[in-house]
Design a protein around this ligand. Structure first.
Ligand code: F6P
Length: 342
């Protein structure tokens, strides 16, 4: 009889809604459909370095689909960077513990940094499968990451709520959304929330264009405006917040009272949306199929609506940014939404 396979799962990098749904998707499919054993590794790559893990039974995986965060914990530990633990060879420790845990594969749930580390561990000879997650939707090679849809929903609701208070006070409201260097979340939530100006790092912006648009709107259309900005927007180094910088620029240029909101970690918290639960479940179950087929060194992706996979080697270090000619940018322009650059 073939040896029972042992699969490790870890979540690394910033958390997001849907990680537990993915852990459940991997774990239950592995146990129920493939008779594999499942090990949960604590706090990302840190758990592999410190040999910190627990066996995940089917019962332990029950009731976590709707839970935000990650039952395994997470960390931003980057084992190939020479930081912390002076003198320790972290990749060597990881390989030792991988062997001692009796693993046949580790599933690494994470964003760009995690997939890069996963690719390097695969190069070191470990069997690795990547699952992309992040509210930023910026993992190279996949059309969507889970976490993104939930964050778009949360951010849209926040923008919706700004409309009424902006209208009451006849103010301009600037809201800053997360996304690291990418503008996906700002573009989607900006459109869904009826933003009047949407500023993303990929397009850049001209202050004169933005102020002229807002003044024109105040004279001709509505006495209030909503400006949605991405945290990664270019600004002078001393300006810590994109929203504060843009608001100052607007108030100076238009003389209209302007307020800022930085939505922050609310975007990453709480229960995943239905679409994220489904995407995470699809990703989890596809990861197990790859393990069963012994197709290691791959990351699960969503491409043109299909769940498939690509080599981790081709993901490494690259970002998925919003293309300047993305159809949603063109749709926004056609609705007379100001994208800041023209
Ligand atoms: O990568 C997801 C993300 O939420 C980014 O949008 C944000 O820049 C970053 O994480 C902040 O995360 P932390 O404070 O946990 O490092």
């Amino acid at each position: 009889m073939a040896k029972q396979k042992r699969v490790g799962i870890l979540s690394a990098g910033g958390d997001c809604p849907g990680i537990n749904a993915a852990i459940r998707g991997v774990g239950k499919t592995a146990i129920v459909s493939h008779n594999m054993e499942v090990i949960g590794i604590s706090s990302g790559f840190s758990g592999l370095i410190h040999n910190d893990f627990e066996i995940l039974t089917e019962e332990a995986l029950s009731g976590i689909l709707t839970l935000g965060g990650t039952i395994l914990g997470t960390s931003r530990e980057k084992p190939f960077k020479k930081t912390g633990m002076p003198g320790a060879d972290k990749p060597k420790l990881i390989k030792k513990h991988y062997r001692e845990m009796g693993l046949d594969c580790i599933v690494c749930i994470g964003g760009n940094g995690t997939q890069k580390t996963a690719a390097m561990l695969a190069e070191e000879g470990l069997n690795v499968i990547g699952i992309p997650k992040t509210i930023d939707n910026d993992v190279f090679g996949t059309d969507f990451t889970f976490g993104f849809d939930s964050a778009v929903t949360i951010a849209t609701e926040a923008i919706d709520r700004l409309h009424t208070t902006a209208n009451s006070h006849k103010r301009i409201m600037v809201i800053e959304l997360m996304g690291h260097n990418a503008g996906w979340l700002t573009l989607y939530a900006g459109l869904a929330g009826g933003g009047d100006v949407i500023l993303i790092p990929e397009l850049g912006y001209n202050p004169k264009t933005v102020n002229r648009y807002l003044l024109d709107r105040a004279y001709k259309k509505k006495p209030y405006s909503i400006v949605v900005v991405a945290e990664g927007l270019e600004r002078p180094a001393e300006e810590t917040s994109a929203a504060a910088y843009v608001a100052k620029m607007i108030e100076k240029g238009t003389k209209i009272e302007t307020r800022t909101t930085i939505l922050g970690y609310v975007q990453r918290g709480g229960s995943p949306s239905a679409m994220d639960r489904i995407l995470a479940t699809r990703f989890g179950s596809h990861a197990v199929q790859l393990i069963a087929d012994e197709r290691f060194g791959r990351m699960v992706i969503n491409k043109n609506g299909q769940t498939t996979s690509m080599s981790l080697k081709d993901v490494g270090g690259k970002l998925s940014l919003v293309p300047k000619d993305h159809s949603l940018i063109n749709k926004a322009r056609a609705l007379d939404i100001c994208m800041g650059d023209q």
